[in-house]
Ligand binder design. Structure first.
Ligand code: NAP
Length: 294
């Protein structure tokens, strides 16, 4: 039964065996997909081979082994470093590029792949390696629709799939937007927890309050998003002048605690630019205008 399953399932090549590529290889193997692997540091394939993956002797061999090739590399520069010397082996391949990078790089890579007879599906994986194999996790995909449809079931082995459209940059863009929110909000939480700890309040003790504030964000977003789309920044529930005073309090609380104040200083600087642009009586969402004049 196991053998029959393996025969029926689409064979996949995985190139790049960092934490992600390794988790992806294991998820494919667990779902009965034959997997060929290749990595610059060959030893990272050893345990995967012991678990049933096939090691390609060369990157050309990895490309030749299967039509469907998953790339899980640090960035697109790593992809060119690996594939540029072997472009003749790309013809006919479907590159599922789950490497994070910019939308522009994803678009350029899709065009580059097509020049060499391959096609690219771009992916933006919204999961840590530990979530690979879970349908509750999600990956943005974009690129040729028929290519996604043809490989949807195989890709669903990794995470849930969220196909967004034909633009090969779109999955990368949506992923980077998520990262924009993730890093700034995680850093702000880390900052607050550092100030708390400077006052002898442990991170664990403050955690319920930090979580409560984080949980309030979707409500604010839902309120402000339609106004943002309408470029409507009426200061009926908040205004920038009040925001400046509030951020100043955060800045001074930070300094008084002896904690680095670069983060609230940067926030205050942006608020002040909004004030200088005449938005003192408008909502903080008017800072979107400030961002757009960069
Ligand atoms: N880890 C996460 O939590 C996470 C979450 C979402 C998305 N992602 C994205 O998924 C991708 C893979 O993640 P990861 O954590 O597995 O990344 P990683 O640890 O950076 O490993 C990626 C792979 O890239 C290879 N590589 C890097 N530079 C290379 C070069 N110049 N030439 C050849 N190979 C090169 C590495 O080979 P060696 O083994 O030889 O160094 C390794 O196999 C990244 O784009 C990452 O942003 C990661």
């Amino acid at each position: 039964m196991g053998d029959k399953q393996a025969v029926d399932k689409q064979a996949v090549t995985v190139i790049g065996l960092g934490p992600m590529g390794r988790a992806m290889t294991r998820a494919f193997l667990a779902a009965g997909h034959p997997v060929t692997v290749w990595n610059r540091t060959a030893s990272k394939a050893d345990d995967l081979v012991a678990e049933g993956a096939v090691r390609a002797d060369s990157i050309e061999g990895a490309l030749a082994a299967n039509e469907l090739v998953v790339l899980s590399l640090t960035d697109y520069a790593a992809m060119y470093a690996l594939l540029e010397p072997v472009v003749a082996a790309l013809s006919g391949r479907v590159l599922v590029n789950l490497t994070s990078d910019t939308p522009e790089h994803a678009r350029a890579a899709a065009a580059w792949a097509e020049r060499h007879g391959a096609r690219q599906l771009t992916g933006g994986v919204q999961s840590p390696p530990s979530g690979i194999g879970s349908p509750e996790m999600s990956t943005f995909y974009s690129g040729p629709t028929e290519l996604f449809e043809a490989h949807r079931d195989t890709l669903a082995v990794l995470t849930g799939t969220d196909y967004r459209g034909t633009d090969p940059g779109l999955a990368a863009l949506l992923y980077q937007l998520q990262m924009d929110i993730f890093w700034t909000s995680m850093l702000s939480a880390l900052h607050a927890l550092t100030v708390a700890r400077a006052h002898g309040i442990s991170a664990a003790e403050f955690l319920p309050y930090a979580s409560s504030t984080a949980a309030s964000v979707p409500g604010f977003l839902a309120f402000y998003a339609p106004r943002l789309d309408a470029d409507e920044h009426v200061g009926d529930v908040d205004n920038l002048a009040m925001g400046v005073a509030s951020v100043e309090h955060v800045l001074h609380t930070t300094r008084d605690a002896g904690v680095d104040a670069a983060l609230p200083s940067a926030v205050l600087e942006i608020f002040r630019r909004g004030m200088a642009a005449g938005h003192g009586g408008d909502s903080f969402t008017s800072l979107s205008e400030v961002f757009r004049t960069a």
